[in-house]
Design a protein around this ligand. Structure first.
Ligand SMILES: Cc1ncc(COP(=O)(O)O)c(C=O)c1O
Length: 462
């Protein structure tokens, strides 16, 4: 396969597709089955939906429904809007999008940045209610001259785009070794189109779909009955109405996943794999690891769709306050900064000495502030430490020590951690040899965490 981007492109639409597949390692851990991420956030609009934007427009042009100066109307969770707006910038069409109010502000601003008009609708309305974002878009399209309704949930051009592009790429990039395609479904276009292509190449390829808790898809796949949906926070996937673009007969397995597990995995992918993705990718990888663990087969090849960029969720899943408010950040995930903040006011955050200070001065400081560990700081860096017990022993053995500079009797410097460092990590750092750890806050040494502080936090020892 020729390396990508070798020649100039005529316009941005020609750069859509041929997104890389990247091996996942840290989140996979000791699971023997190889797992790869299909990085759809590499697309110019930042999501898997870029593949259907131009495809839906060109299909409407071919059928004579969309003519120059036309208007494109769609109900979107944001990404399809970006894809349509991106294509419309190159083809000279206007865009009007309706969007449920649960979607992030980033997504609204993004659509406006591409020149689209955005109408916000209430999330918690029944699927056939006039204010439902899809129903609203349909009405606007009917009442707007020379407008088309993109209708992604019923438009088979959506599925065809993935049958023609995503499927063949996965097959070629894995040299036909793919055994499991894992993803989730909003319209279902990705999994139906790519899944159909892959099963035509190798009928034993498994199509595995993750579904948010509260969506009706998973239960429908099992019971063929459409239940009552509940609202959930993961964006772009699942639903309370069955889309015609989700071909259930092609799906081998459905797995339900909570918002919390989806968001936690998205945060891990960013921190541990350097893949900055959104909640639906977190959900997909949560399912992919479950499948890979059960398979436990090094010769298998699991590929999971990484749907969109995490940029769109900075005010949500990547915002600790928002995660805490929504009970999705482990409350026991206490950070070093929180441990410092929890210390009694009376205790000075950080009592230190310089290498030239005498042992006597250091001991006086310890008794003045009631501390038993002292970091020795030079130019803002910890160069050594003093613990009351060992200094006392040395001074009793030979009192001349008291007038010696501390750098002559000091012990090893304390390790330094950042403010977000989780309390669980301290047990690994603290030991008999390392009685304390320093905490850096805004590039400055701001406090000290001792074994006592950790016991106090973890075991509630007073
Ligand atoms: C973030 C995100 N993930 C996944 C999907 C699902 O893609 P599809 O509609 O092809 O099922 C969407 C669809 O909008 C999405 O926005």
């Amino acid at each position: 396969m020729t390396p990508p981007h070798q020649h100039p492109y005529d316009n941005v639409l020609d750069t859509i597709g041929w997104t890389p597949i990247i091996r996942l390692r840290r989140v996979v851990g000791s699971i023997r089955t190889p797992v790869y991420g299909k990085a759809e956030f590499f697309n110019p609009g930042g999501s898997v939906k870029d593949r259907i934007g131009a495809a839906i427009i060109e299909d409407a042009e071919r059928r004579g429904e969309l003519t120059p100066g036309g208007v494109i109307v769609e109900g979107t969770s944001g990404n399809t809007g970006v894809a349509l707006a991106l294509a419309a910038t190159q083809k000279g069409y206007r865009c009007i999008f309706t969007m449920p109010d649960k979607m992030s502000q980033e997504k609204v601003r993004l659509l406006k940045a591409f020149g689209a008009e955005v109408i916000i609708t209430p999330t918690a309305v029944p699927p056939d209610h006039p204010d439902n974002y899809v129903v609203k878009a349909k009405t606007i399209a009917q009442n707007t001259p020379n407008a088309i309704f993109a209708n992604q949930f019923y438009n088979q051009a959506n599925v065809e785009a993935h049958y023609r592009t995503t499927g063949p790429e996965l097959w070629e990039q894995t040299e036909g070794r793919i055994t499991h395609l894992v993803g989730s479904a909003g319209t279902g276009g990705t999994m139906s189109g790519a899944g159909r292509f892959l099963k035509e190449q190798n009928p034993s390829v498994k199509v595995v779909v993750g579904d948010p808790e509260g969506s009706v898809f998973c239960d429908y796949h099992r019971s063929r009955e459409v239940g009552e949906g509940e609202t959930y926070k993961v964006e772009g996937i699942g639903g309370d109405k069955l889309p015609e673009t989700l071909h259930f007969d092609l799906v081998d397995e459905f797995h339900t996943v909570s918002d919390r597990d989806s968001f936690q995995m998205a945060r891990r992918l960013t921190k541990e794999e350097g893949l900055f993705v959104g909640g639906s990718s977190g959900l997909n990888v949560h399912v992919a690891l479950k499948v890979a663990r059960e398979l436990d087969d090094p010769s298998a090849c699991v590929v999971v769709i990484l749907c969109d960029t995490g940029e769109r969720y900075l005010s949500k899943l990547f915002n600790d306050e928002w995660m805490r408010e929504n009970q999705m950040l482990e409350s026991d995930q206490v950070t070093a900064a929180q441990m410092l903040a929890a210390k009694p006011e009376a205790t000075p955050q950080l009592v230190t000495v310089e290498p030239s200070h005498t042992v006597r001065q250091a001991l006086n400081l310890m008794s003045t502030y009631g501390v038993s560990q002292l970091p020795i700081i030079e130019n803002g860096d910890c160069v050594g430490s003093l613990s009351e017990g060992s200094v006392m022993a040395k001074a009793i053995a030979s009192p001349v020590v008291l007038d010696q500079p501390v750098h002559e009797v000091m012990e090893a410097a304390y390790p330094i951690v950042d403010a977000e460092f989780a309390v669980e990590g301290f047990s690994e750092l603290l030991s008999r040899e390392t009685p304390a750890v320093l905490v850096r806050l805004n590039d400055e040494l701001a406090g000290i965490v001792t074994r006592y502080d950790v016991l106090h936090q973890v075991a509630g020892i007073r």
